[in-house]
Design a protein around this ligand. Structure first.
Ligand SMILES: C[S@@+](CC[C@H](N)C(=O)[O-])C[C@H]1O[C@@H](n2cnc3c(N)ncnc32)[C@H](O)[C@@H]1O
Length: 323
């Protein structure tokens, strides 16, 4: 199956439309607070004008809302949010300019596990766009696919799975490395505060999961390398042990990559040994054919070596295997 990569078209969408779409496709049924807030921002001319002073890629809802939460501003009440955003715009703008959305969701390991468990073991994992590296511990988490549990202890990753048999067990991981333009350090309170601020307001379980996953990572820190996913990937991959299956993977990263770098990235990955797992939005990493999605919600596509396998929800909470 031929693979074509395209950039999510932020430039072609007005900021108002981006917020309206975020409300309808990403937050509906998942975060009423952010749904309410993004609907309000989508028709708030004053806040939209302020956002317009930032480059297009820096106007995203997740970045704005995360920064306001980091600064201690209100997100529950749209009117209070408006007043805070207008009064504190210089500080908000400065944070939005210098930060990126680096949400690191250990729950996405529940999406990766069915593929990882089926590969020849042991595994050498290389997470591209790793953030703090919390997706590098798929062998340490506990999984619950409906009522089927794999593993024991904290954190427990719940995933509603359709059309697949539960994975046979946990993978054996002998090497874990991450590549990121700005690796975060879970032992640094400031980095942990930013990761926490990026979690949506009502998501207390995700917040607890971040703490549990961060404690686990802090006890056995991964190799995290600062670098670009095209320029620096071969050198890091070359450090993987030769007697393990190299697995290069990325989840919710490609929407941040300029369109002209997509082809260069796939060329680099195809030249490397081992396997390639991607979990990305289908408007960013596109395929010739995909099954009809179950509804209008934003979903990622899980793929192995360029072959699409399943629809997934963005925080790893659901997977629908293709028939
Ligand atoms: C939304 S986060 C996802 C983090 C992690 N993959 C997960 O699913 O939890 C995207 C990450 O990609 C990183 N990133 C963006 N552009 C990159 C590039 N050119 N090279 C390496 N990392 C990049 C960002 O810094 C950020 O940490």
């Amino acid at each position: 199956m031929a693979l074509v990569m395209m950039r999510r078209d932020y430039s072609g969408m007005t900021t108002a439309a981006t917020y309206a779409e975020f409300a309808a496709r990403e937050t509906r049924g998942i975060s009423p607070t952010y749904e309410r807030l993004s609907v309000a921002v989508s028709s708030d001319d004053e806040v939209l004008a302020l956002l317009g002073t930032l480059p297009p890629a820096k106007r995203q809802p997740n970045l704005l809302f995360g920064v306001v939460r980091l600064l201690g501003g209100p997100v529950e009440n749209p009117a209070a949010f408006h007043d805070y955003a207008v009064a504190n715009w210089p500080a908000i703008k400065e944070q939005m300019r210098t930060r990126g959305t680096q949400t690191n969701e250990a729950g996405r390991c529940a999406i990766l596990l069915p593929v990882l468990a089926a590969l020849p073991q042991p595994l050498a994992l290389l997470d591209v766009g790793a953030s703090a590296g919390l997706c590098l511990y798929p062998d340490r988490y506990t999984y619950r696919y409906s009522d089927h549990q794999i593993g024991a202890g904290d954190p427990v990753l719940d995933c509603a799975a359709t059309g697949m048999a539960p994975p046979a067990g946990l993978p054996e991981v002998v090497w874990r490395a991450g590549l990121d333009l700005n690796p975060l350090d879970v032992t640094n309170p400031a980095d942990l505060a930013w990761l926490d601020a990026l979690i949506w307001p009502e998501h207390a379980r995700r917040r607890a999961r971040l703490r549990a996953a961060a404690a686990l990572a802090a006890a056995e820190p991964p190799l995290l390398v600062r670098g670009d996913l095209v320029d620096d990937l071969p050198a890091l991959a070359a450090q993987a042990p030769a007697d393990a299956t190299l697995v290069i993977f990325h989840t919710s990263v490609m929407y941040q990559i300029p369109a002209q770098r997509h082809e260069a990235f796939t060329k680099v990955v195809h030249r490397l040994p081992g396997h390639w797992i991607s979990n990305e939005a289908p408007d960013v990493l596109t395929y010739d054919t995909l099954p009809t999605p179950p509804d209008g919600a934003l979903r990622n596509v899980l793929a192995l070596d360029g072959t699409p396998l399943a629809w997934t929800r963005s925080h790893g909470q659901a997977i629908i295997w293709f028939g």
